[in-house]
Write a protein that binds this ligand. Structure first.
Ligand code: ATP
Ligand code: MG
Length: 346
């Protein structure tokens, strides 16, 4: 059995179907808009939509990846989620939903801070997203440096950190990365968002360089390239990132740098100057629901392949298959069927 420990923002998605524009106008929210709001605005907004029967779903990037990985690996408690939530009603709802997906939750509780959430306001084909990271950003290094958490980390076969987690918690990521190096545990990092690279250029660059496996989309890699003042194509940059890798963890393909680009090719560079390119299989338009969680699902499929010692190209195919299943669900929802088919993909 393998154990994957994820670090990220454990967010609760609160999905609301709007019948008219009243709420959007009151809070000055444009359709298809994404923004962060204060705890107070979220509280008022939730009060105003409470009569619209909000639906709860687990969210957060690393948490999504762990839920999907758990579905693929299909062995109880293969995945463990670390992060901070509040002591409010939302924390209990989130924990229950994540545990139902088979993920072991190792949340730290922060009194006086609400559990992070993303309010998804749906009107017809449009969706606006209003988020508040809340308690998640108050996780501190002592919460991780305790025996209970270190015992879990010690057993990990792989540690996965979402880029959004870097905000306010650089010291934790540095600590986890050093711990992984010391114990020879592969450290996997997802760039997660262009604005993270813009806001934390030095830190994100350091994590990108030190990660044993790096995920991101092409926009994120282009932002990294811009910040480093290199004039390289994304492919050459990926190859360069894999060079001079010490491979203290004895990974069969050395460092892996994976670049997704929506429905365009996936690229994976690995140590020794190799690069694999895979055309993303097309999805029948009628089956396409939304691309919510596609990147998180791709990472889950790819990591499942990696953990089962598949070649990089096979892991890329597993990533695509996994993303394809999630795109055919509304939101980042685990399908009702098993993921067994994935094991037949070479
Ligand atoms: N329209 C699509 N058709 C088929 N596959 C898709 C499509 N969009 C995404 N995918 C699959 O999902 C993978 C990840 O997509 P993408 O590059 O958009 O991730 P991302 O930008 O990180 O997304 P996210 O916003 O979820 O983090 C792609 O490599 C592909 O396999
Ligand atoms: Mg992504």
């Amino acid at each position: 059995m393998v154990i994957i420990v994820g670090f990220g923002n454990p967010l609760l998605d609160i999905i609301v179907q709007l019948d008219d524009d009243t709420i959007l106008q009151k809070y000055n929210i444009r359709e298809d808009y994404e923004k962060e709001e204060t705890a107070n605005v979220i509280r008022l907004l939730l009060k105003d939509v409470s009569h619209l029967s909000p639906v709860f779903a687990p969210g957060g990037c690393a948490q999504n990846t762990l839920r999907i990985l758990q579905w693929i690996l299909n062995e109880p408690n293969s995945t463990v989620m670390m992060g901070a939530v509040g002591t409010d009603e939302h924390s209990a709802i989130l924990e229950k939903l994540v545990q139902e997906a088979g993920v072991h939750t190792h949340y730290c509780r922060k009194e006086n801070h609400p559990t992070g959430c993303s309010v998804v306001l749906i009107k017809g084909v449009h969706r606006a997203l209003i988020a508040h990271i809340g308690a998640a950003q108050y996780l501190n290094i002592d919460d991780i440096r305790c025996n209970e958490k270190l015992d879990v980390l010690m057993k990990a076969n792989l540690v996965y950190v979402e880029g959004f987690f870097v905000s306010q918690r650089v010291a934790i990521v540095e600590y986890v990365e050093a711990f992984c190096n010391d114990k020879s545990i592969p450290f996997v990092f997802n760039l997660s968002g262009v604005y993270m690279i813009e806001n934390f250029p030095t830190e994100m660059w350091a994590f990108a360089q030190n990660a044993d496996v790096l995920f991101g989309n092409s926009r994120e890699y282009k932002t990294l390239i811009k910040n480093t003042n290199l004039s390289l194509s994304v492919d050459h940059f990926a190859i360069q990132l894999c060079q001079n890798y010490q491979n203290r963890k004895n990974l069969p393909y050395g460092k892996l740098v994976v670049i997704t680009n929506g429905d365009e090719c996936v690229i994976c560079a690995h140590s020794g100057g190799h690069i694999e390119v895979l055309h993303v299989p097309k999805i029948d338009k009628s089956k396409f629901k939304d691309s919510n969680g596609a990147g998180d699902a791709f990472a889950a499929g790819f990591l499942a392949g990696l953990l089962l010692k598949k070649e990089p190209l096979t892991s890329m195919k597993w990533g695509c298959w996994s993303a394809q299943q999630i795109i055919q669900q509304s939101g980042c929802t685990i399908p009702k069927y098993t993921a067994q088919f994935i094991t037949s993909i070479d």
